[in-house]
Design a protein around this ligand. Structure first.
Ligand code: FES
Length: 152
């Protein structure tokens, strides 16, 4: 009475196998979704980068009579037309450029690219202008300029 009919066992074996593989596939998907739900915020957290703060460099004002200050990362020009700060990093291969006071242009010592004091490319393999930095004036209580602040 309690034993199954002889023909029933042979038919249920493929259904059990299908059910087991379906359950196993469901468990794999559930594990994959759980791993993704755990890893996504973790990866977002580790990949998060705080943007660097700009560096502010103060150059005492007024500049010497030449109107030029050569810093480590920039060259500052203060003329009657205004104040300009250009990068000293050559856009060709990254050498540090120098201002040629007698020739009135900026020259790269590596491959002789030349630029105007405003940073515009004149000649040489660089083919790009020098980056320009923002300059603001710092005044004292009486309104006299005490420093140029270059934002790198
Ligand atoms: S690195 Fe300046 S011209 Fe090549």
């Amino acid at each position: 009475m309690g034993s199954p009919a002889p023909g029933k066992n042979s038919c249920s074996a493929p259904q059990d196998s299908n059910r087991r593989s379906l359950l196993a596939r469901g468990a794999q998907w559930a594990a994959a979704i759980a791993a993704a739900l755990f890893l996504y915020p973790l990866l977002r957290f580790t990949a998060f980068r705080v943007p660097p703060k700009p560096r502010l460099i103060e150059v005492p004002a007024p500049l010497p009579l030449s109107g030029v200050h050569t810093g480590h990362d920039f060259i500052l020009f203060a003329t009657s037309d205004g104040v300009t700060a250009v990068s000293r990093i050559c856009p060709h291969l990254g050498c540090r450029v120098n201002y040629q006071q007698d020739k009135q242009y900026i020259e790269c010592p590596c491959h002789q690219s030349r630029f105007t004091p405003e940073g515009r490319w004149i000649a040489g393999p660089a083919k790009k202008n020098l980056p320009i930095y923002e300059v603001t004036l710092k005044n004292d209580a009486e309104g006299r300029a005490t420093a140029y602040v270059v934002k790198l």
